[in-house]
Design a protein around this ligand. Structure first.
Ligand code: GH3
Ligand code: MG
Ligand code: MG
Length: 313
């Protein structure tokens, strides 16, 4: 064999191994780079996961990518269902299509951590890697942010003492029901209740005991209502129930049942407590103020007639 050919083949072999060694080093560099990332990072290629960094493996409780692929058909099997978060199919689209549509909508997912045995929230970003079909999925942990958002929402909608809805939320529910009632001819009724001689309870037992009575009453009534009823603290010692799809007769029956339950319940430290109830049904065209005025009048009459009773308008 001529010397030139031998030299050429040797160079070729040399270059081949050099290239192989570089590719290997490059891959191991990329892997250690992704492993050093504190976010869950995944390489995703046409419905298949080719790499999960060590943070991700620990989070999901898998030993390796192979272990993951053996147990999961798709990454979306791990997405927990919750409104506002991406699951297998979101807005009628496959989850990955949704994630790829950057900046259009929030691409948030809820995942269960095997490592911590609790749910976490993430913002997912997908970036296509140049010259490949691979996508780099990066999961940014937004759990604290999401929890704060939930807390703020709760503060805005709930009464701090009784832990039931407040007036702001109740007004929102009523606005929604009025819209539906006017449009689709659906009925609903409201009940306003007020503790009888509550001032005397405060004066006799102190404000703290008065507070406890409010909490106990809210719990007692809450247990007696349907899932579809909305129950809120209207203010002070007044509460309101919005009863969906109920006529004034049905709401009146509900109020009578509640009146009896309250009057028969032995309240801690205080004993017997009674409430007066006003009831009214929404009439097409009613503004919220008119509805409230009517129920207020009914309650006033119940008080005027001697308390511990229901008046329906
Ligand atoms: P009536 O039968 O006519 O309703 O008499 P009442 O004493 O219940 O009504 P009134 O409006 O005179 O008094 C209501 C009292 O409720 C006065 C107020 O101090 C008390 N109250 C309002 N909010 C709270 C609260 O959050 N905690 C406590 N402990 N008392 C409250
Ligand atoms: Mg009052
Ligand atoms: Mg009162």
């Amino acid at each position: 064999m001529p010397v030139v050919t031998v030299a050429f083949i040797t160079t070729l072999i040399f270059w081949f191994f050099l290239h192989l060694s570089y590719t290997k080093r490059y891959h191991s560099f990329v892997k250690s780079f992704l492993d050093s990332n504190n976010n869950i990072t995944i390489l995703y290629n046409e419905d298949k996961i080719t790499f999960i960094n060590s943070v991700g493996l620990e989070f999901f409780g898998f030993k390796s990518v192979k272990d993951f692929n053996a147990r999961h058909v798709s990454l979306s099997n791990l997405f927990l269902e919750e409104e506002g978060y991406i699951s297998k199919y979101t807005y009628g689209k496959k989850w990955f299509e949704e994630i790829k549509m950057k900046n259009k909508r929030d691409t948030k997912v809820k995942l269960f951590s095997e490592q911590d045995q609790m749910d976490f929230y993430f913002q997912v970003e997908a970036s296509k890697l140049k010259f490949t079909k691979q996508y780099l999925l990066s999961f940014n942990n937004i759990t604290v942010l999401e929890q704060e958002k939930t807390n703020i929402k709760k503060l805005a909608e709930y009464d701090a003492l009784t832990n039931i809805y407040n007036r702001v939320k109740l007004n929102e529910v009523i606005d929604g029901l009025i819209y539906r009632a006017n449009r689709y001819d659906l009925k609903f009724s409201i009940i306003l209740l007020d503790i009888d001689h509550f001032k005397a309870i405060n004066d006799t037992h102190g404000h703290n005991v008065g507070d406890k009575v409010l909490i106990e009453l809210a719990r007692l009534i809450n247990m007696s209502l349907r899932e579809s009823d909305t129950f809120a603290r209207w203010g002070g010692e007044e509460f309101m129930i919005v009863s969906e799809s109920s006529s004034r007769q049905q709401a009146s029956k509900l109020a009578s049942r509640l009146r009896k339950e309250v009057s028969e319940h032995p309240f801690h430290m205080v004993g017997k407590v009674t409430c007066s109830f006003g009831v009214t049904e929404f009439k097409v065209g009613d503004k919220p103020s008119l509805l409230f005025e009517r129920v207020d009048k009914a309650l006033y009459e119940a008080k005027d007639n001697g308390r511990n009773q229901v008046v329906t308008k």
